[in-house]
Design a protein around this ligand. Structure first.
Ligand SMILES: [Zn+2]
Length: 176
């Protein structure tokens, strides 16, 4: 069965829902249906077209969901750019680096880990930043975004009715 694309009140793609969940949200009046599939879901008392794209009615302030701390998300935050030599690299040439080396008590956290190319990483080794010529491209922070759709959605295989709503997101994921 088809899935449903959920948009925020501001038309931003949020996530992909199982159609049952989407139908529930529609019936509860939580979302507005923007696009429908031809196929219908039927129960003894009614039939409604399967929602293809739905949009939340309200700006929902959810508990701030934290971005998963992972290698991919570090690269994404740093835009695949080595924070030491300030150059973009393919993922195969990227690694991550502890700014304050682990051996000196540096922790594995958003603020102490940056994207580094393999070369800079080797050059830096266990030396503290202050002894090198490196200047960080930007101060590393815990990201606020959730890179859900932009990273995981394969736009080519997404239902065609979704495309208009994916807009720039698809361009972004192709570039990455
Ligand atoms: Zn580098």
């Amino acid at each position: 069965m088809e899935n449903t694309l959920l948009l925020s009140a501001g038309y931003e793609p949020l996530k992909i829902l199982d159609w049952r969940r989407a139908v529930t949200l529609v019936l509860l009046g939580k979302v507005e249906v923007l696009e429908e599939y031809v196929r219908e879901v039927r129960s003894p008392s009614m039939a409604i077209p399967l929602p293809a794209v739905v949009r939340l009615h309200r700006y929902v302030r959810r508990h701030p969901q934290r971005v998963k701390f992972s290698r991919q998300n570090i690269f994404f935050r740093d835009e695949y750019t080595c924070q030491y030599c300030h150059k973009k690299h393919p993922t195969s040439q990227l690694t991550y680096d502890h700014i304050v080396p682990k051996s000196r008590g540096g922790r594995t956290t958003w603020t102490n880990i940056v994207t580094s190319c393999v070369r800079c990483n080797l050059k830096k080794g266990n030396k503290p930043l202050s002894t090198l010529n490196y200047r960080l491209l930007k101060e590393p922070e815990e990201p606020k975004w959730l890179p859900t759709l932009s990273q995981f959605l394969n736009v080519d295989s997404a239902p065609s009715v979704w495309r208009a709503y994916l807009g720039d997101w698809s361009a972004q994921s192709n570039e990455a």
